[in-house]
Design a protein. Structure first.
Length: 279
């Protein structure tokens, strides 16, 4: 009888050890491996627009309207000036023009003194809001050279007036460094990656683009959405746990779990007494 007790005890211990080993292996493997959707972004194997579309699908499952709206705005462009994020706002006081100087000299792409545009025009133009879609921003980088040129020819009459007729502009261009656009795309990529990494940590592989939240506590989903919206997207939102979940958690931890622990402890005591009596 003693032999059987010891034997089955060893078998159970061996079984638990195997289960624990498999669990730890899966956890380590899960930490080391990354979803293909994340690898594609890091390795730049797909355009940002495609990755944003994938995030949009996941955000819909999470019922995260803020994340879904952010992905949509980045995909299609911002229509409301007030909603343009800070990382899309840039500054430039560099202009050039092509035209005629002093009614005689024909010039092309020479520097223009910004003061000739006048204070009102400068206030409207020096702060640039890039509202274009991600695809449009990426296409700007395909142009030759290190700069992007924005057409400001509409202000030619202002230059002529402020120069007392000495400068007649046929075209005016505002010069923006491509590095500014690259910085915008880098920030979009960074926020996209952070969001996906957080979601992968919470829900595992994201390659199916399907997160089932039916069996997840609503408090957990709220917490995850709060972390994404506040810490990653910088959208300030209030976070409060669902009352039902809060009540459920209190009942679980203060009533159910103590009962389970007490019963388990009693059974373990009886079992130990039985084994000791055998010995």
């Amino acid at each position: 009888m003693v032999y059987h007790v010891i034997y089955y005890g060893m078998v159970n211990f061996s079984y638990l050890s195997n289960v624990l080993s498999i669990y730890l292996f899966d956890k380590v493997r899960g930490v080391m491996s990354k979803s293909k959707i994340i690898k594609d972004i890091v390795n730049e194997e797909v355009p940002l627009s495609q990755s944003l579309t994938r995030l949009q699908v996941i955000a819909y499952d999470l019922k995260n309207k803020s994340l879904e709206r952010w992905a949509e705005d980045e995909l299609t462009g911002y229509t409301d000036e007030e909603n343009v994020p800070e990382y899309r706002l840039k500054h430039s006081i560099n202009f050039n023009y092509s035209g005629i100087n002093n009614m005689v000299h024909l010039v092309k792409n020479v520097n223009l003194n910004p003061s000739l545009l006048g204070t009102d025009v400068l206030e409207q133009t020096v702060n640039i809001s890039f509202k274009q879609s991600v695809s449009a921003l990426e296409s700007l980088l395909q142009e030759e050279g290190n700069s992007i040129y924005l057409d400001r020819s509409i202000y030619a009459t202002e230059v002529e007036k402020n120069s007392n007729g000495a400068i007649q502009c046929m075209s005016i261009r505002q010069i923006v460094s491509k590095s500014d656009v690259q910085a915008i795309l880098a920030e979009i990529k960074n926020r996209l990656l952070k969001s996906l990494l957080l979601l992968e940590e919470e829900f595992g592989c994201l390659d199916e683009l399907d997160i089932n939240i039916e069996n997840e506590p609503s408090a957990k989903i709220k917490r995850i959405n709060y972390e994404i919206n506040n810490s990653i997207l910088n959208i300030q939102e209030d976070f409060s746990e669902n009352r039902e979940d809060s009540l459920y958690n209190k009942i679980t931890w203060k009533i159910i779990i103590p009962i389970v622990v007490a019963v388990s402890g009693s059974l373990l005591t009886i079992y130990l007494k039985f084994v000791l009596n055998l010995f």
